[in-house]
Write a protein that binds this ligand. Structure first.
Ligand SMILES: O=C(O)CCC(=O)C(=O)O
Ligand SMILES: [Fe+2]
Length: 259
Protein backbone atom coordinates (compact mmCIF):
# COMPACT_ATOMS: atom_id res chain seq x y z
CA UNK A 1 0.00 0.00 0.00
CA UNK A 2 1.44 3.39 -0.91
CA UNK A 3 1.89 6.12 1.66
CA UNK A 4 -0.84 8.24 0.11
CA UNK A 5 -3.45 5.50 0.15
CA UNK A 6 -2.86 4.69 3.78
CA UNK A 7 -2.92 8.37 4.71
CA UNK A 8 -6.38 8.81 3.24
CA UNK A 9 -7.77 5.51 4.42
CA UNK A 10 -11.24 6.06 5.83
CA UNK A 11 -10.98 3.01 8.03
CA UNK A 12 -9.57 4.85 11.02
CA UNK A 13 -9.57 8.27 12.55
CA UNK A 14 -6.76 10.52 11.32
CA UNK A 15 -6.84 12.30 14.64
CA UNK A 16 -6.01 9.81 17.27
CA UNK A 17 -3.48 12.09 18.89
CA UNK A 18 -3.90 15.73 17.86
CA UNK A 19 -7.32 17.33 17.74
CA UNK A 20 -7.35 20.60 15.78
CA UNK A 21 -8.32 23.58 17.90
CA UNK A 22 -11.18 24.56 15.56
CA UNK A 23 -13.24 21.48 16.49
CA UNK A 24 -15.79 21.95 19.26
CA UNK A 25 -15.17 19.81 22.36
CA UNK A 26 -18.24 17.62 22.11
CA UNK A 27 -17.15 16.25 18.70
CA UNK A 28 -13.82 15.00 20.02
CA UNK A 29 -15.15 11.71 21.32
CA UNK A 30 -17.09 10.88 18.16
CA UNK A 31 -14.07 11.68 16.00
CA UNK A 32 -11.78 9.53 18.14
CA UNK A 33 -14.17 6.60 18.45
CA UNK A 34 -16.34 6.59 15.35
CA UNK A 35 -14.79 8.77 12.66
CA UNK A 36 -15.93 6.32 9.98
CA UNK A 37 -19.52 6.69 11.25
CA UNK A 38 -19.29 10.48 11.02
CA UNK A 39 -18.09 10.22 7.40
CA UNK A 40 -20.94 7.83 6.56
CA UNK A 41 -23.48 10.13 8.20
CA UNK A 42 -22.29 13.09 6.10
CA UNK A 43 -22.30 11.08 2.87
CA UNK A 44 -25.77 9.68 3.50
CA UNK A 45 -27.19 13.14 4.19
CA UNK A 46 -25.56 14.56 1.05
CA UNK A 47 -26.87 11.69 -1.06
CA UNK A 48 -30.37 11.65 0.42
CA UNK A 49 -31.23 15.24 1.27
CA UNK A 50 -28.47 17.08 -0.64
CA UNK A 51 -27.13 19.02 2.32
CA UNK A 52 -25.24 17.62 5.32
CA UNK A 53 -24.72 19.57 8.53
CA UNK A 54 -22.38 19.28 11.48
CA UNK A 55 -24.17 21.45 14.02
CA UNK A 56 -21.99 23.58 16.29
CA UNK A 57 -18.89 21.98 14.87
CA UNK A 58 -16.64 25.03 15.13
CA UNK A 59 -15.19 25.76 18.54
CA UNK A 60 -16.76 28.95 19.98
CA UNK A 61 -13.36 30.56 20.58
CA UNK A 62 -12.27 29.82 17.03
CA UNK A 63 -15.57 31.18 15.71
CA UNK A 64 -14.99 34.41 17.70
CA UNK A 65 -11.57 34.68 16.06
CA UNK A 66 -13.10 34.23 12.61
CA UNK A 67 -15.65 36.92 13.40
CA UNK A 68 -12.92 39.39 14.25
CA UNK A 69 -11.10 38.44 11.01
CA UNK A 70 -14.30 39.29 9.13
CA UNK A 71 -14.33 42.74 10.78
CA UNK A 72 -10.69 43.26 9.86
CA UNK A 73 -11.08 42.05 6.26
CA UNK A 74 -14.30 43.89 5.49
CA UNK A 75 -12.61 47.10 4.25
CA UNK A 76 -10.40 45.06 1.90
CA UNK A 77 -13.47 43.39 0.43
CA UNK A 78 -15.00 46.81 -0.43
CA UNK A 79 -11.80 48.77 -1.10
CA UNK A 80 -12.60 49.35 -4.78
CA UNK A 81 -16.20 50.45 -4.15
CA UNK A 82 -17.45 47.18 -5.59
CA UNK A 83 -17.49 44.01 -3.51
CA UNK A 84 -14.64 41.59 -4.02
CA UNK A 85 -14.78 38.04 -2.63
CA UNK A 86 -11.61 37.39 -0.64
CA UNK A 87 -9.45 34.50 -1.84
CA UNK A 88 -6.02 32.92 -1.60
CA UNK A 89 -3.32 34.88 0.17
CA UNK A 90 -5.85 37.50 1.30
CA UNK A 91 -6.92 34.90 3.86
CA UNK A 92 -3.39 34.06 4.97
CA UNK A 93 -2.73 34.28 8.72
CA UNK A 94 -6.40 33.80 9.54
CA UNK A 95 -8.41 30.91 10.94
CA UNK A 96 -9.92 30.49 7.46
CA UNK A 97 -6.51 29.50 6.15
CA UNK A 98 -5.85 27.29 9.16
CA UNK A 99 -9.08 25.35 8.62
CA UNK A 100 -8.78 25.13 4.83
CA UNK A 101 -5.32 23.60 4.77
CA UNK A 102 -5.68 21.45 7.87
CA UNK A 103 -5.02 17.72 7.58
CA UNK A 104 -8.50 17.26 9.02
CA UNK A 105 -10.35 19.16 6.28
CA UNK A 106 -8.54 17.50 3.39
CA UNK A 107 -8.87 14.05 4.92
CA UNK A 108 -12.56 14.53 5.62
CA UNK A 109 -13.19 15.70 2.04
CA UNK A 110 -11.29 12.72 0.63
CA UNK A 111 -13.14 10.29 2.85
CA UNK A 112 -16.56 11.72 2.01
CA UNK A 113 -15.75 11.54 -1.72
CA UNK A 114 -14.12 8.13 -1.60
CA UNK A 115 -16.97 6.20 -3.33
CA UNK A 116 -16.56 8.43 -6.42
CA UNK A 117 -12.87 7.48 -6.87
CA UNK A 118 -11.78 11.08 -6.36
CA UNK A 119 -8.42 12.03 -4.79
CA UNK A 120 -7.76 15.55 -3.63
CA UNK A 121 -4.49 17.25 -2.75
CA UNK A 122 -3.91 20.49 -0.86
CA UNK A 123 -3.50 22.34 -4.19
CA UNK A 124 -7.12 21.37 -5.09
CA UNK A 125 -8.55 23.37 -2.18
CA UNK A 126 -9.62 27.00 -2.53
CA UNK A 127 -11.46 29.10 0.01
CA UNK A 128 -13.56 32.15 -0.68
CA UNK A 129 -14.81 34.52 2.00
CA UNK A 130 -17.95 36.37 0.96
CA UNK A 131 -18.77 39.39 3.10
CA UNK A 132 -22.12 40.86 2.09
CA UNK A 133 -23.33 44.23 3.35
CA UNK A 134 -24.94 47.30 1.83
CA UNK A 135 -26.00 47.88 -1.77
CA UNK A 136 -22.59 46.80 -3.07
CA UNK A 137 -23.03 43.48 -1.32
CA UNK A 138 -26.13 42.67 -3.38
CA UNK A 139 -24.21 41.54 -6.48
CA UNK A 140 -24.40 37.85 -5.65
CA UNK A 141 -27.98 37.75 -4.40
CA UNK A 142 -30.16 35.29 -6.38
CA UNK A 143 -27.28 34.48 -8.74
CA UNK A 144 -28.07 30.77 -8.92
CA UNK A 145 -25.20 28.64 -10.14
CA UNK A 146 -23.34 25.33 -10.03
CA UNK A 147 -19.95 25.37 -8.30
CA UNK A 148 -17.08 23.80 -10.21
CA UNK A 149 -16.32 21.65 -7.16
CA UNK A 150 -16.79 18.07 -6.11
CA UNK A 151 -17.47 19.14 -2.56
CA UNK A 152 -18.24 22.55 -1.11
CA UNK A 153 -18.17 23.20 2.62
CA UNK A 154 -19.93 26.30 3.87
CA UNK A 155 -18.63 27.80 7.11
CA UNK A 156 -20.97 30.67 8.02
CA UNK A 157 -19.50 33.28 10.37
CA UNK A 158 -22.09 36.05 10.58
CA UNK A 159 -25.70 35.60 9.46
CA UNK A 160 -28.70 37.95 9.63
CA UNK A 161 -31.33 37.07 12.23
CA UNK A 162 -33.67 34.45 10.65
CA UNK A 163 -36.73 36.66 10.35
CA UNK A 164 -38.15 34.77 7.37
CA UNK A 165 -37.81 37.70 4.96
CA UNK A 166 -34.76 38.95 3.12
CA UNK A 167 -32.57 37.14 5.62
CA UNK A 168 -30.07 35.76 3.08
CA UNK A 169 -31.18 32.15 3.04
CA UNK A 170 -29.09 29.57 1.24
CA UNK A 171 -31.20 27.96 -1.48
CA UNK A 172 -30.21 24.66 -3.05
CA UNK A 173 -31.69 22.34 -5.69
CA UNK A 174 -29.50 19.41 -4.70
CA UNK A 175 -27.96 16.68 -6.85
CA UNK A 176 -29.67 17.62 -10.12
CA UNK A 177 -26.79 16.13 -12.14
CA UNK A 178 -23.91 13.68 -11.88
CA UNK A 179 -20.20 14.51 -11.89
CA UNK A 180 -18.95 14.61 -15.47
CA UNK A 181 -15.93 15.84 -17.42
CA UNK A 182 -17.93 16.31 -20.61
CA UNK A 183 -17.93 19.95 -21.76
CA UNK A 184 -21.10 19.63 -23.85
CA UNK A 185 -22.99 17.98 -20.99
CA UNK A 186 -21.82 20.75 -18.68
CA UNK A 187 -23.12 23.42 -21.07
CA UNK A 188 -26.40 21.56 -21.52
CA UNK A 189 -27.06 21.39 -17.78
CA UNK A 190 -26.09 25.03 -17.23
CA UNK A 191 -28.59 26.01 -19.92
CA UNK A 192 -31.32 23.73 -18.54
CA UNK A 193 -30.76 25.20 -15.10
CA UNK A 194 -30.78 28.78 -16.35
CA UNK A 195 -34.16 28.43 -18.04
CA UNK A 196 -35.63 26.91 -14.87
CA UNK A 197 -36.00 23.33 -16.04
CA UNK A 198 -33.90 21.71 -13.31
CA UNK A 199 -35.44 23.93 -10.68
CA UNK A 200 -38.86 22.50 -11.52
CA UNK A 201 -37.53 18.96 -11.45
CA UNK A 202 -36.41 18.74 -7.83
CA UNK A 203 -37.55 20.21 -4.55
CA UNK A 204 -35.41 23.04 -3.27
CA UNK A 205 -34.16 23.46 0.27
CA UNK A 206 -34.09 26.90 1.88
CA UNK A 207 -31.78 27.11 4.86
CA UNK A 208 -30.84 29.81 7.32
CA UNK A 209 -27.18 29.05 7.91
CA UNK A 210 -26.19 29.04 11.57
CA UNK A 211 -22.72 30.40 12.45
CA UNK A 212 -20.63 27.66 14.04
CA UNK A 213 -22.25 24.89 12.02
CA UNK A 214 -20.56 23.38 8.98
CA UNK A 215 -22.52 22.52 5.81
CA UNK A 216 -21.58 20.11 3.00
CA UNK A 217 -22.93 19.69 -0.53
CA UNK A 218 -21.80 18.40 -3.92
CA UNK A 219 -21.04 21.76 -5.55
CA UNK A 220 -20.89 20.60 -9.17
CA UNK A 221 -24.08 18.60 -8.83
CA UNK A 222 -26.22 21.14 -6.99
CA UNK A 223 -27.77 24.37 -8.31
CA UNK A 224 -27.70 26.94 -5.52
CA UNK A 225 -27.12 30.46 -4.28
CA UNK A 226 -28.07 33.13 -1.79
CA UNK A 227 -31.64 34.40 -1.58
CA UNK A 228 -32.69 38.00 -0.99
CA UNK A 229 -30.82 39.89 1.69
CA UNK A 230 -31.64 43.11 3.50
CA UNK A 231 -28.69 45.38 2.58
CA UNK A 232 -28.55 46.66 6.16
CA UNK A 233 -27.61 43.17 7.39
CA UNK A 234 -24.10 41.76 7.47
CA UNK A 235 -23.70 38.24 6.05
CA UNK A 236 -20.29 36.55 6.05
CA UNK A 237 -19.81 33.02 4.77
CA UNK A 238 -16.64 31.13 3.94
CA UNK A 239 -16.89 28.56 1.13
CA UNK A 240 -14.22 25.89 1.10
CA UNK A 241 -14.02 24.46 -2.41
CA UNK A 242 -12.61 20.99 -3.05
CA UNK A 243 -11.42 20.08 -6.56
CA UNK A 244 -13.83 19.46 -9.42
CA UNK A 245 -14.22 17.48 -12.68
CA UNK A 246 -12.71 20.15 -14.94
CA UNK A 247 -9.82 20.95 -12.60
CA UNK A 248 -8.91 17.25 -12.73
CA UNK A 249 -9.26 17.24 -16.52
CA UNK A 250 -6.95 20.27 -16.80
CA UNK A 251 -4.37 18.33 -14.82
CA UNK A 252 -4.73 15.46 -17.27
CA UNK A 253 -6.68 13.33 -14.80
CA UNK A 254 -9.54 11.56 -16.53
CA UNK A 255 -11.85 10.19 -13.87
CA UNK A 256 -14.50 7.51 -14.21
CA UNK A 257 -16.88 8.53 -11.47
CA UNK A 258 -17.93 5.37 -9.74
CA UNK A 259 -21.49 6.51 -9.12
O1 LIG B 1 -23.24 31.97 0.77
C1 LIG B 1 -24.04 31.39 0.06
O2 LIG B 1 -25.26 31.41 0.30
C2 LIG B 1 -23.57 30.59 -1.11
C3 LIG B 1 -22.49 31.25 -1.89
C4 LIG B 1 -22.03 30.39 -3.03
O3 LIG B 1 -22.66 29.47 -3.42
C5 LIG B 1 -20.74 30.65 -3.70
O4 LIG B 1 -20.07 31.64 -3.36
O5 LIG B 1 -20.34 29.86 -4.60
FE1 LIG C 1 -21.68 28.36 -4.96
Amino acid sequence: MTKEVSRFSSARSPLVTIMPRFINDFYHEEIRNDYAGLVRRLRTAMDNTGLAVLENFIHPEFLAELRSSVDQLRPLSYASGKRKPLVGSELQNTGFWEFTFSDFAIQLANDVLEPFHIRLEASDIHSVLGILIGENGQDTVRCWHFDATYLTMAMPIVMPPPTGERDGKFIIWPNVRQFSQSAWRNRLYSNLARVGFLRRLVKKLAVNFVPGSLYFFYGFRSYHGTDELDPKQLRANCLINFGGPFFDLQKGKVVRYAK
